[in-house]
Design a protein around this ligand. Structure first.
Ligand SMILES: Cc1cc2nc3c(=O)[nH]c(=O)nc-3n(C[C@H](O)[C@H](O)[C@H](O)COP(=O)(O)O)c2cc1C
Length: 379
């Protein structure tokens, strides 16, 4: 079966099977951006079941772009923690990939001080309670690209096998690509080509910092659920340009791979499902077509069984990322491999007190998971 077969990336590194742990923020790092033991244990236990690769939770590249209390890849002082994280991620010998991000207009005011929240343009996000950011100067845009480059250099020094740019889910890179968030009229905004400039500059900076022998990945939301957002045709053009940069993989971020549904900007999981004009074609298939084998395609969203994984591969993916299923059941992959899918845990225990200990989930992450009703299944 393809899912258990290896794959060689452009850079020459090989992944032993097609299963990858999706980036999963724990909101449980220390205030200085270092990972405490319980956060490392969350990763180690899940990686130990034999994933081909683990993508880390998103690490902030700049202090004033933090959206939660996560790991940092912004300063030399983060190196020892990043080294320990890479080691935990390699618990079963899989590849360790550091995801890096900036929050832009959805940075958390409590973490950064609201007066410095900066974004492509002074347009507030649709998230409940969002504040209006200020538009970044050109120097600030250049400096943010340099922060991504710096984070990739730190990842390399810390011994990671690669870096993934978080270009999805409404964070800063996505904001630059979005006509809703980006109203600039300089080199960094306006036409589709100009809105691609920031994502492409970040991808190039990361590739340059990593050199040719490490994995460079990029995560994309294939279209915006909001009416005036970018469309699948736009993100396909971005993919075509990203593939020209010789990236090792492009990751398609969906909430549900079958329904082609991305995460909406409001992130309301318990209300009525937003009416989304889903394209008639599946974004995974469309991305695979445009990328045409130049980079691997990583699919995610609602993959809970081996047959789901095969389904995503049949749509055109080369690799699949598993998120909520592995949060809920740390031994998910071992059960899939031994064909014991019937014993996979389908949700977090009803009794909140059982969650942290039984599942090796840091207590702050438990709070985070339960804070958005409908996000994570419960038993
Ligand atoms: C607790 C949690 C934290 C997440 N953190 C990140 C993150 O740091 N970066 C990211 O790109 N996606 C993040 N995601 C999204 C997942 O990577 C994944 O795309 C999403 O959950 C859909 O896949 P799934 O249905 O397998 O969970 C997170 C999801 C969850 C549940």
């Amino acid at each position: 079966m393809v899912v258990w077969s290896p794959l060689k990336f452009n850079c020459g590194r090989e992944i032993a099977n097609r299963f990858v742990i999706a980036p999963l923020t724990t909101d449980s790092s220390r205030e200085d951006g270092t990972a405490p033991d319980d956060e490392l244990e969350f990763v180690r236990r899940r990686a130990a079941s034999g994933f081909g690769a683990v993508i880390s939770s998103a690490a902030y590249v700049a202090d004033d772009g933090r959206s939660w209390q996560g790991i940092g890849a912004a300063h030399e002082k983060h190196l020892p923690s990043l080294r320990r994280l890479a080691e935990a991620m390699r618990a079963a010998g899989g590849l360790a990939i550091l995801q890096i991000y900036d929050g832009g207009r959805i940075a958390k005011p409590e973490l950064i001080g609201e007066q410095v929240m900066r974004a492509p343009s002074a347009v507030a996000s649709l998230r409940p309670g969002a504040r209006t950011p200020r538009a970044m100067t050109t120097d600030e845009v250049e400096s943010l690209i340099a922060s991504f480059r710096n984070a990739a250099a730190l990842a390399r020094q810390a011994g990671f096998d690669g870096v993934e740019v978080h270009g999805a889910n409404h964070y800063a890179v996505h904001q630059f690509f979005s006509p809703r968030a980006n109203r600039r009229d300089d080199k960094w905004g306006g036409t589709l080509a100009k809105r691609m400039n920031f994502p492409l500059a970040v991808a190039q900076a990361v590739r340059d910092a990593l050199g040719p022998n490490l994995i460079a990945g990029f995560r994309v939301t294939p279209f915006e659920a909001e009416a005036d957002g970018y469309k699948l045709e736009d993100s396909k053009q971005l993919c075509a340009e990203l593939a020209r940069l010789n990236l090792d993989y492009i990751s398609v971020s969906l909430d549900d791979y079958r329904k082609s549904r991305p995460v909406g900007e409001t992130r309301v999981y318990n209300g009525p499902v937003e009416k989304i004009d889903t394209p008639a074609v599946n974004p995974i298939t469309e991305f695979a077509r445009v990328i045409a084998g130049r980079s691997a395609v990583l699919a995610s969203g609602g993959i809970k069984t081996c047959s789901d994984a095969e389904g995503a591969i049949a749509l055109g993916a080369d690799l699949v990322a598993i998120g909520r299923a592995v949060v809920v059941d740390p031994e998910w992959l071992a059960k899939v491999r031994s064909k014991s899918e019937a014993s996979i845990l389908a949700g977090l225990p009803k009794d909140e007190r059982e969650i942290a200990g039984a599942l090796s989930i840091p207590p702050r992450m438990v709070e985070y998971l339960l804070s958005r009703p409908g996000w994570i299944p419960r038993l």
